[in-house]
Design a protein around this ligand. Structure first.
Ligand code: ARG
Length: 460
């Protein structure tokens, strides 16, 4: 059978050109969406009297049979027909004869592929959003479980102030709230129907774009046919969303990796989510967390690839745009694989509460509160900061913790430091003091947790 565009050619396409330019190897995954789009188009063509009712029914039956063949793995893909769109059309003609050739009336592969991609992205966005929600559930569940466990909070990866583990974990919950907000934007921008744009200028047939859009569940229709076939913004936006998301997940993974080292020993990852070393029998490696961190590279790469491909492309369709697929597919597969894994890894990890208690038993974590105490006694914050700083330098030099230095020794650095300060040097007290909205006091975290729960249970 001849290719649909063979008419003006005298020679066969060079085999190397075929192999270089065909997208069949990767766009075959679009088959279900291609068939859905074609069926809607065929129904519209027949409703509008552009093809007869019998022709419409014949095409619909043919498409249904092809869908079943593909589903059953019995479809014969032919590279000579470049992409999934032409493969399905060729098969349709094989099955139902020349009527199959009427399906493409008023349509081009340019608006067809755009339609398929919009439908595909919308479906994948919904699946990924559900996975993100699942991960949020895990984080909130862990925050509830370890609501009052205290951990050292860090800045510059230096111990800073005690915080609740729940507070730390919920920080990731709110990142995911923003990620899901961005994903919602991707959905909205994918929810416009390009079909009817033809190759670029629209079509002279009396098509009904509204009917097709309604049948396919689109919220709107592209107002400009050139924009409809040229727009890949929703793909760029999806990849930007994914780049920011995986940056967040990579930060979380990094913390799991650090926390599970012998040096920190805050958590132990479950055996089922770690691997061993082929040489060192003692090793238990956080491979999943490392791979999530590692896969950040390919996700950023796909974003840069599509931005670079689109840069300076003249309107309207150019073959360059076929490059919009592999990176997107790879990122979608990557996210769908890692999101459930990350959730399970978090759910099954063991939190070493003893090690955490030992880690927060560190007077220096309470130094800010000591300075704050002096401020309440009327000392300026700068003076207080300096006095406590000197006290700490002294405590480090003599190797005696703050709480064990005599009032007399302490008063050398500031008279008010001779007061009874033991109660201040307690991580729980320090955490409790941070009652401001968004702070780490158990009371404030409870409010935060309730907000997070409500957001999840309220269907968001
Ligand atoms: N396989 C092509 C792509 O993915 C389909 C559109 C082809 N259009 C064309 N005018 N060659 O972009």
């Amino acid at each position: 059978m001849k290719k649909p565009w063979q008419g003006r050619f005298e020679k066969e396409t060079d085999r190397a050109v075929l192999e270089f330019s065909a997208s069949l190897g990767f766009d075959r995954r679009l088959a279900p969406w291609d068939i859905r789009g074609s069926a809607a188009h065929a129904r519209m063509l027949s409703a509008q009297g552009i093809i007869s009712e019998e022709e419409g029914l014949l095409i619909l039956q043919g498409l249904e049979d092809i869908a079943a063949e593909i589903e059953a793995g019995k479809f014969d893909y032919d590279l000579a027909f470049e992409d999934i769109h032409m493969n399905i059309e060729k098969r349709l003609i094989e099955k139902i004869g020349p009527t199959g050739g009427k399906l493409h009336t008023g349509r081009s592969r340019n608006d067809q592929v755009a339609l398929d991609m919009h439908l595909y992205v919308k479906d994948e966005v919904e699946e990924i959003d559900a996975l993100l929600k699942g991960l949020q559930e895990v984080l909130v569940g862990l925050a509830e479980k370890y609501e009052e466990v205290i951990v050292p909070g860090y800045t510059h990866l230096q111990r800073a102030q005690p915080v609740l583990l729940s507070h730390h974990l919920l920080a990731y919950f709110w990142m995911l709230v923003r990620d899901r907000g961005r994903l919602k934007g991707v959905f909205e921008r994918s929810d416009l129907m390009p079909l009817g744009a033809g190759a670029l200028a629209g079509t002279g047939f009396p098509i009904d774009r509204e009917a097709v859009a309604a049948e396919l569940g689109f919220d709107g229709i592209y107002e400009n046919s050139i924009d409809a076939v040229s727009d890949r913004d929703y793909i760029v936006e999806f990849l930007s969303f994914a780049a920011i998301l995986i940056m967040h997940l990579s930060r979380l993974s990094e913390e799991l990796i650090i926390w599970s080292t012998a040096e920190f020993n805050f958590i132990e990852l479950d055996d089922a989510f770690t691997t061993g070393s082929s040489m060192m029998p003692q090793k238990k490696n956080p491979d999943v967390a490392e791979l999530i961190r590692g896969k950040t590279g390919r996700v950023y790469g796909s974003l840069f690839a599509i931005l670079t491909t689109l840069k300076a492309l003249p309107l309207a369709y150019n073959k360059d745009m076929q490059e919009d697929k592999e990176g997107l597919f790879d990122v979608i597969d990557t996210l769908k694989a890692l999101l459930p894994l990350l959730g399970s890894m978090l759910e099954t990890m063991k939190v070493n509460e003893e090690a955490l208690a030992a880690a927060v038993d560190d007077d220096y974590l309470c130094a800010t509160d000591l300075a704050d105490y002096l401020v309440r006694e009327g000392v300026s914050f700068r003076e207080a900061h300096h006095a406590v700083g000197q006290l700490i330098a002294y405590s480090r030099k003599v190797g005696i913790r703050l709480s064990e230095l005599s009032p007399d020794k302490r008063s050398r650095f500031h008279s008010a430091l001779s007061d009874e300060i033991g109660g201040l040097l307690n991580p729980a007290t320090v955490a409790q003091a941070r009652l401001c909205r968004g702070g780490t006091a158990p009371g404030a975290v409870k409010v935060q947790l309730q907000k997070a729960r409500t957001l999840l249970d309220g269907g968001s």
